[in-house]
Design a protein. Structure first.
Length: 456
């Protein structure tokens, strides 16, 4: 692995073309240039296990893992073998394929609190279908979202609640309201403020901190007392906190739950699962209530993606994947915390989240969250061969990977301390990264790269 990575020439040239052809230069906002330092890989060429290589040939140990979608490791052989076997038979037909039933059965074996499941391609499809179903079940329009959790869907019901709500009718925006995590009274206040109007509450079962017991079960009881459903968004927690989802770990059986990301180890597959009495409203056999247009997507049951999901779930069932994630995450967290203390940066840099899904916080001299210091930290870890928008480990991360990462972070923290003393501008090349959800772009938003090649 290169000791100091500074060459991004091919990435910089391709950025120009990407921004000319694609709004934002990428198809996922979290992967955009505005989320990374100027000195960073613009495009990944390939990945294997816990490592990726950019189009300039630079190698990194990666901790984003496809925005947490790759739980086993890149190009994980048993998953790829299952996908390739299925692709040779075709991937999309006029009638259902047998593998659709097999995948549903495997999912319900794994997530045992659910009684029925329907597959789709991404998390937004699943959460929006859950919201639509909850509205149909209750005859109500409003949705309560956990305001402490950053993302639920690309659809209007959620995007209208963010700063980036251009194009969302105000009438739609008014139908989504927020409550606080681990704060039952804030949820109770929503039902009191909007009596008989809220169809469901939706939240992630865990994020940085787990639920204060028995918050989740109390929240579900509160929903049912008020005629609403409880929806758990398990896009991140599913197949990371526990093979059966965080709902299994925390002992709750939600009305509806949504899975994706690690379900297919990076292949595009997601799931809406839940109780039969609700899910069957989207079927063709019940005759007592209006039909719900639940999920119907041309590519929702592509057979190769379902093959990836089956292979992935079998690995989670039969191998110590979850135990490995927790163990390697603990090793990483402990090492980074020791390095933070050694540099006397406690209170400025911290490691957050569950060991299986770590993140980090970067603060400035006033101990306030700082995009500039986050960008500097990314710049310096990238320079040392680590690509870490988060600190999310996979089944492929080895002890050697983790130890090399701790060494790289230690070096980056040395620069971070100097930046606190002398000013971040002296060490950061170019502009700071920016939050995804912002109402306007700033004048510093990344422009075509060839015009600033002298900075590289």
């Amino acid at each position: 692995m290169t000791a100091s990575i500074r060459n991004f020439e091919n990435s910089d040239h391709l950025r120009d073309l990407a921004h000319d052809l694609i709004p934002g230069g990428a198809h996922t906002y979290a992967k955009g240039d505005d989320q990374y330092p100027l000195l960073s890989p613009g495009f990944i060429a390939r990945g294997y296990g816990s490592h990726v290589w950019d189009i300039d040939g630079n190698e990194y140990i990666e901790y984003g893992m496809g925005n947490r979608a790759v739980g086993l490791g890149h190009a994980y052989p048993p998953v790829l073998e299952a996908v390739m076997r299925q692709l040779q038979l075709g991937c999309n037909f006029t009638r259902p394929a047998e593998i659709e039933v097999e995948c549903a059965a495997t999912f319900l074996e794994t997530v045992q609190s659910a009684e029925m499941v329907k597959f789709c391609k991404d998390g937004s499809d699943a959460t929006s279908a859950a919201v639509r179903l909850a509205r149909a079940v209750t005859g109500r329009d409003m949705i309560g979202i956990c305001a402490d959790h950053p993302f639920f869907s690309t659809d209007d019901w959620f995007i209208g609640s963010t700063e980036m709500n251009a194009g969302i009718p105000t009438a739609i925006q008014a139908l989504t309201v927020g409550f606080k995590y681990n704060d039952l009274e804030s949820a109770r206040a929503l039902f009191e403020r909007y009596p008989h109007r809220i169809a469901a509450l939706i939240l992630e079962p865990s994020r940085s901190d787990g639920p204060a017991q028995p918050f989740l079960n109390d929240l579900m009881e509160l929903c049912h007392e008020n005629g609403a459903l409880l929806i758990l968004d398990e896009m991140i927690t599913g197949f990371r906190w526990h093979a059966g989802g965080a709902q299994k770990l925390f002992g709750i059986e939600p009305d509806l739950s949504c899975f994706g990301k690690a379900l297919g180890n990076g292949f595009s597959v997601s799931a809406l699962a839940g109780k039969r009495e609700f899910m069957n409203l989207g079927g063709i056999t019940q005759v007592f209530k209006p039909r719900v247009f639940l999920l119907s997507t041309t590519h929702g049951a592509e057979t190769h993606a379902l093959a990836a999901a089956i292979a992935t779930m079998r690995i989670y069932q039969n191998e110590p994947v979850i135990e490995h994630l927790y163990a390697q995450g603990q090793r990483l967290k402990s090492g980074v915390q020791q390095s933070i203390a050694r540099h006397d940066l406690t209170g400025y840099v911290s490691v957050t989240g569950a060991n299986c899904c770590l993140a980090y916080a970067t603060l400035d001299m006033e101990r306030l969250p700082s995009q500039a210091f986050r960008t500097l930290f990314l710049q310096e870890t990238i320079r040392r061969g680590i690509l870490m928008p988060s600190l999310v480990v996979s089944y492929a991360h080895t002890k050697e990977d983790v130890d090399r990462t701790i060494d790289a972070i230690d070096g980056a923290l040395g620069v971070y301390k100097k930046a606190l003393q002398h000013g971040v501008d002296k060490y950061l090349v170019g502009r700071a990264s920016q939050p995804v959800f912002r109402r306007f772009n700033s004048p510093d938003t990344p422009a075509p790269v060839l015009k600033r090649a002298s900075n590289a």
